[in-house]
Design a protein around this ligand. Structure first.
Ligand code: NAP
Length: 244
């Protein structure tokens, strides 16, 4: 029976690259998303046309406890198991420091941090029951480094994801490995509003001189999630050499 990988925020960007990487390696995949039906449906078709695996799409807000429970139940009812969970769903809301609101700060924490916890908690019930599983939380170098105070809300959420990762690794050992991959800049929709000069300046600080392609992050997530059987409770930077 094929193994199963659930990727939250799996319809676009890094999540979609993870879906392709796991499908390429024979996993049945679950594409979770919250708004953009078209991207999710197109990706499902692409996966089923190119790989001999099944792709299930589930619209659910990771910050909504009931939707998360229903999503995990649906995966179990469809595939009977979840072997790998990639907690990738995440948002940033770009504003100046003065314009930040409590509502937006909460939304970021709810999605990036509490969403990661809610999905982990639900999926871990099944993984603990079968005494095996692997969870990879997508954090960010923003959770480690301090570069721009304008992203303090996002940075706090990602620092939280890093702490959550270590705590969950302790809570679920020895059956579930829990790790975090912390990307630097990646070329996705999240960065599509950045102006060209800003991008150039950021690239000049990266030893490899460019942003990552999402597939380069997905390969590391696959390695950490599946192959790296002795990596646990770790945070793996994938940033092309920034702040070295
Ligand atoms: P993206 O292209 O904006 O895609 C975000 C994905 O998350 C979409 O599939 C979106 O679904 C989904 N999503 C958003 N809110 C959700 C929610 N509440 N419930 C379920 N799904 C939700 O983002 P990305 O750049 O690939 O980023 C993916 C992850 O990597 C995020 O956690 C981000 O913080 C992290 N990261 C990104 C970078 C970077 O430079 N891009 C760097 C470091 C870390 P819809 O399509 O339905 O909106």
């Amino acid at each position: 029976m094929s193994k199963v990988c659930l990727v939250t925020g799996g319809s676009r960007g890094i999540g979609a690259a993870c879906i392709k990487e796991f499908a390429k390696n024979g996993y049945n995949v679950v594409i979770n998303y919250v708004n953009d039906d078209l991207s999710a449906n197109l990706l499902k078709t692409e996966i089923e046309n190119n790989y001999k695996v099944k792709a299930l799409i589930i619209k659910a807000d990771v910050a909504n406890e009931i939707e998360v429970k229903n999503m995990v139940e649906k995966v179990i009812n469809t595939f009977g198991s979840i072997d790998i969970l990639v907690n990738n769903a995440g948002i940033a809301i770009d504003t100046t420091l003065e314009d930040k609101t409590k509502e937006n700060f909460r939304k970021i924490l709810d999605t990036n941090l509490i969403g990661t916890f809610l999905v982990s908690r639900e999926v871990a019930k099944y993984m603990l029951n079968k005494k095996s599983g692997s969870i990879i939380n997508v954090s960010s170098t923003n959770g480690i480094d301090t570069n721009y105070p304008e992203s303090l809300d996002y940075d706090a959420s990602k620092a939280g994801v890093i702490s959550l990762t270590k705590n969950l690794a302790k809570a679920y050992h020895p059956y579930i490995r829990v790790n975090s991959v912390a990307p630097g800049w990646v070329m996705t929709d999240m960065n599509k509003e950045l102006d060209k000069d800003f991008i150039k300046n950021e690239e000049s600080k990266i030893l490899l001189g460019r942003f990552a392609d999402p597939s380069e992050i997905a390969k590391v997530i696959y390695f950490v999630g599946v192959e790296a059987s002795y990596i646990n409770g770790s945070i793996i930077r994938v940033d092309g050499g920034e702040n070295v």
